[in-house]
Design a protein around this ligand. Structure first.
Ligand code: ARG
Ligand code: ZN
Length: 866
């Protein structure tokens, strides 16, 4: 297969600019006509032809300043059309180009460009989907002003595009049109068009300078009541961005459309966001607390892009983290302000540890600003997004709230209306601090997860020396690593909870800067045993190797000031216990640990937020990242055994917690969320003990909300099979008509570690609500299996790997983007024992040899076999 690698270092400014775009789109399922009129200007003095991107598009008509141009032939110098480009010979410096082309949205199952979702037309252009609609300079540094006329028949009463509606009317053939104008120059990836028949929720928001903005939310017919939370979230996000960053909305109208067929979460198209309905629709009966949380977070994320992404955009796609890392950081700060700082931090750190660390350990390892890309869609990664956000968080830590705000103000002052680079962002931040950020900017170019090691040595006269050192293991893309600049939160705690400071004054406000391979400081211990709690609040995206005794970990839990550290200490204790069981499966855990946990529970019984998080046993995926050569069956067995001992040993304490939380009528409000969370975590432990099976069924029957219903269902996985099966059947009957809810049921089935899992999955794929063309369905069945059914996916007869590979071969023909996502677990063989590796590579080999593999899947598979 011949593929083209694109390199960041090869960036060249565009040879032409397109200042205005006039699009005229006449919708038809198999023959949509797209007429585009572009004002083009040559940049600099050169005589190159104008080369536009166009993905398998025909040219029906082409005019330059009204003069027709034909295709090149032997005796005529015309345009040259290939399946990816259109080269137009021109010598004018300014001209108007008219091109007529056509597309078939109904055949577009890749969901990139213009496609049909259910009965509605919609678009997805980021990163390079606009070239599937019309010929263009499809790159983010070409900014144009758009005027768009959408023509459709009466079946589609709502015809939407970016900006403000400026005209509408009836046409003679029974069709109608709406014309839109967006005054803000934008790159084509922010173009959007939607046509359909929706239920509409409207509201308005008055900005800080008194401008009235119309808010419109479009949802499937009959779903109006599920849209109110999203609309309220939007207003909270608009207010927050004004309060925290002084950023105001800049159009008269803000529209959000929820669609069922969508490759990812949502898209920040200027003035017309398109959302996966999963991140819009929410009510008590169908959405869990997590769903509500995600709706608010994604609504905010897309809204925040209006400044960090749209007003200031990326020069090229290698700079993606410029907008994504920054916008994720902004949405995380917003969520923390709306809900709770602690549970947010834990949630995001879990994502880093489960998914980003494993990406960095795989052949897809890349810096937050990648250097090489085959298929851009493969780089919308946890590294670019979440590690990118961690890097922005470090700026925030180092510059402080005011310094960070000053840097942001300067960034907008310099770059509003431009397409810029990560270096431009760093430079704006640099203007707001006296710290030298040059070493810090290595975070943009160096991949891999640094490991911070902590050592403690007793000196004479009661002093203790602490040494912190860093090392970044080599990654598949980079062998040489340099020391990074890391802010490290640290607490030195005595046995009685006293806090110690160091003699040299390197700890400032609980933070040290590690910018070399290693650094040391001393503390006067005067005979006390000292416990260093390092990397509090996950102050840098790193792993920590800090060999503490169980007593020390319990000391951190008991006395740590930082709640995050306390949670983290508990996680380390569990990890340690599981390791013991891996070594000797018959071992029983030291009674002191149970004593410690019991007393922790009774001390924190009123602090349900912390308690709920602390009672979660680290996931299988997180444990994998703390081990090498994982034998899946052994690790799962040890983890399961630990869970059983946990339930048995802590039975009384767990029951106390369960009974102390009284069920109240549902409201989505933080204290209630914390209570439900804690209660459901405890229920899942108790469900391992047969005598509490009734608690599960009782909760299921009594529940007035999806959080508790699903909590009961998840716990039922640990009860007798009959119990699980009967609750699942009831659930399916109740929600048969609601695919978003059914996705939860699909996922629960697909993650059951049962022997007949393939029969189950086949049954799910034949369910009337299942279709391979809907990414949400595919993710909930096949994605859940590959990512989270570790035992069966990694079964040593190779059946799990083979099943996923077989499925991907079919899916890849339809939707390469989604196929390339789901192939991820198969490519991450590095952490597993050799018997797993061999079988995983066998399936990767099958994929690689397949004729007609998409470049999306090809890039990931070929890298992982290289
Ligand atoms: N910009 C969108 C967001 O972060 C995501 C676009 C993802 N595009 C893709 N091709 N995967 O909100
Ligand atoms: Zn984004």
């Amino acid at each position: 297969m011949s593929v083209q690698i694109k390199r960041r270092a090869d960036y060249k400014p565009p040879a032409f600019l397109i200042t205005t775009v006039d699009l005229h789109v006449t919708l038809h399922p198999t023959d949509t006509r797209v007429i585009s009129t572009l004002k083009v200007t040559r940049q600099g003095s050169h005589n190159q032809p104008l080369v536009l991107d166009g993905d398998n598009l025909p040219v029906h008509k082409l005019l330059i300043d009204n003069a027709p141009l034909a295709a090149k032939s032997d005796d005529n110098d015309g345009y040259i059309l290939t399946d990816s480009s259109l080269s137009i010979p021109v010598d004018k410096n300014e001209f108007t180009l008219y091109i007529e082309t056509s597309i078939a949205p109904d055949n577009n199952k890749a969901l990139e460009g213009l496609y049909l979702s259910g009965g509605a037309y919609c678009t997805q252009c980021e990163a390079e989907g606009f070239r599937r609609i019309t010929f263009f300079l499809d790159r983010p540094d070409v900014l144009s002003v758009y005027t768009v006329t959408v023509v459709g028949d009466e079946k589609y009463p709502m015809l939407l595009s970016n900006g403000n509606p400026v005209d509408k009317g009836q046409l003679s053939d029974g069709k109608h049109f709406v014309k839109w104008h967006d005054p803000h120059p934008k790159p084509c990836y922010l173009f959007a068009l939607v046509a359909g028949d929706f239920d509409l929720l409207t509201d308005s928001y008055t900005t800080m300078s008194g401008k009235e903005v119309a808010l419109e939310l479009y949802v499937d017919k009959g779903k109006k009541h599920q849209g109110t939370f999203a609309l309220e979230s939007l207003k909270r996000a608009m207010k927050w961005d004004e309060d925290v960053f002084g950023l105001e909305y800049d159009l008269d109208i803000y529209m959000i459309v929820a669609v069922d067929f969508f490759n990812m979460g949502a898209m920040e198209n200027k003035g017309l966001n398109v959302f996966n309905s999963k991140f819009v629709l929410a009510d008590q009966d169908t959405a869990t607390d997590d769903d509500f949380f995600n709706v608010e977070a994604v609504i905010a994320h897309e809204y925040f892009h209006n400044w960090t992404g749209n007003r200031v955009t990326c020069r090229d796609w290698f700079q993606l983290s410029l907008k994504e890392g920054l916008t994720v950081f902004r949405d995380q700060q917003f969520s923390a302000d709306m809900t709770s700082e602690l549970s947010n931090r834990i949630k995001h750190v879990r994502v880093m540890r489960e998914h980003q660390f494993s990406e960095d350990a795989s052949a897809m390892s890349h810096p937050i600003r990648p250097d090489e890309v085959i298929e851009m869609n493969n780089f919308y990664t946890v590294t670019v997004y979440d590690k990118g956000a961690e890097v922005i968080r470090m700026f925030h830590t180092l510059l402080g709230v005011d310094g960070f705000r000053q840097g942001m103000d300067e960034y907008f002052r310099r770059h509003d209306g431009q397409a810029v680079t990560c270096d431009d962002f760093v430079s704006a931040m640099q203007s707001a601090t006296s710290l030298d950020l040059s070493q810090f900017s290595l975070w943009y170019s160096q991949s891999g997860t640094p490991v911070i090691s902590v050592e403690q040595q007793e000196l004479e006269n009661g002093k203790v020396q602490f040494t912190l050192s860093q090392r970044t293991p080599k990654t598949s893309d980079q062998h040489d690593k340099q020391p990074l600049y890391m802010p490290i939160n640290i607490e030195i705690i005595g046995q009685g909870g006293e806090l110690y400071s160091d003699n040299e004054g390197v700890i400032n406000d609980g933070m040290v800067i590690l910018d070399k391979e290693s650094m040391s400081f001393t503390v006067d211990a005067s005979g006390n045993v000292l416990t260093p709690a390092v990397l509090g609040n996950f102050s840098a995206p790193a792993k920590v190797d800090n060999p503490l005794s169980t007593e020390s970990l319990l000391t951190i839990f008991k006395h740590g000031k930082d709640a995050f550290n306390r949670w983290d200490a508990m996680q380390s204790i569990y990890d340690r216990c599981i390791r013991e069981l891996e070594q000797s499966p018959e071992a029983s855990i030291d009674e002191n640990i149970w004593v410690g946990i019991r007393s922790a529970i009774s001390r924190e019984i009123d602090n349900v937020e912390l308690l709920g998080e602390c009672l979660v046993i680290p996931s299988f995926e997180t444990l994998c990242q703390l081990r090498t050569s994982v034998d899946v069956a052994e690790l799962s067995k040890a983890r399961t055994e630990f869970c059983h001992q946990f339930a048995q040993q802590l039975e009384a304490a767990l029951l106390d917690v369960f009974n102390s939380i009284e069920s109240k009528p549902y409201s989505y409000e933080q204290s209630a969320v914390n209570q439900r969370r804690c209660k459901n975590v405890v229920l899942a432990h108790l469900a391992l003990l047969p005598q509490y099976e009734h608690l599960v069924t009782e909760q299921f029957e009594a529940s007035d909300n999806m959080t508790d219903t699903l909590g009961a269902l998840r716990s039922a996985q640990f009860c007798r099979k009959e119990v699980f099966d009967s609750l699942m059947a009831k659930f399916e009957q109740r929600y048969n008509k609601d695919p978003l809810v059914l996705d939860k049921w699909f996922a629960l089935h697909a993650t059951q570690p049962t022997k007949d899992i393939f029969a189950t999955i086949t049954m799910l794929c034949e369910h009337p609500q299942f279709t391979m063309s809907n990414p949400n369905r595919v993710r909930s069945v096949i994605g859940s299996f590959a990512f989270y059914n570790s035992e069966m996916f990694h079964a040593l007869d190779g059946s799990g790997y083979k099943f996923v590979a077989d499925y991907l071969l079919k899916l890849d023909k339809l939707n390469p983007q989604v196929a390339a996502r789901i192939v991820t677990p198969l490519t991450q063989w590095q952490g597993f024992a050799s018997q797993h590796q061999r079988l995983m590579k066998e399936q990767l080999g099958r994929l690689l040899n397949h004729k007609g593999l998409s470049k999306d899947v090809f890039e990931k598979v070929s890298k992982s076999l290289a």
